[in-house]
Design a protein around this ligand. Structure first.
Ligand SMILES: [Cu+2]
Length: 151
């Protein structure tokens, strides 16, 4: 694997307990020699997406808006529980088993479109996580499906 760019793995959306808000989790790895910044997130289920930092103790009251997400060269940024999430406000109804499309745009490396499975609350996605790359390669069971790149 010699591709350069960003690689997104482990994405999923827990089926929300409340219809007002959902969270998306995923990990962004930067395989390039320069830092990249996440500048835009667009999804099919809502027009309002925010990056939120979570308190280490999981307290929902301590979420903080993130104005920018920088992924260091050869580093990663993890939207994982008790760390951070992408908040989807007033999403379209989400059913466990369906997939949510999301396009993330980064400085320098363009956009990556990913498909996030909706999983029952309190569960983790089963099977091998899908990998999506801005360099146009993918690995895992979703290879060749639901993936597009631009930039
Ligand atoms: Cu939030």
């Amino acid at each position: 694997m010699t591709s350069q760019g960003v690689r997104i793995t482990g994405g999923y959306v827990p089926k929300p307990a409340s219809p007002d808000v959902a969270a998306a989790y995923l990990t962004i790895a930067n395989t390039t020699d320069t830092s990249v910044r996440l500048t835009k997130v667009v999804t099919s289920v809502t027009t309002s997406v925010m990056a939120m930092k979570e308190a280490d103790n999981g307290s929902v009251g301590s979420m903080t808006d993130l104005s920018r997400i920088d992924i260091p060269a050869h580093g990663s940024y993890k939207f994982v529980p008790n760390h951070a999430h992408l908040m989807l406000e007033n999403p379209a109804p989400l059913t466990a088993g369906e997939k949510v499309s999301m396009t993330l745009t980064f400085t320098g490396v363009g956009s990556v479109t990913i498909m996030l499975p909706v999983v029952p609350l309190g569960q983790l996605p089963s099977g091998v996580p899908s990998t999506y790359s801005s360099a146009g390669t993918s690995m895992g069971p979703m290879s060749g499906m639901n993936m597009s790149t631009s930039g």
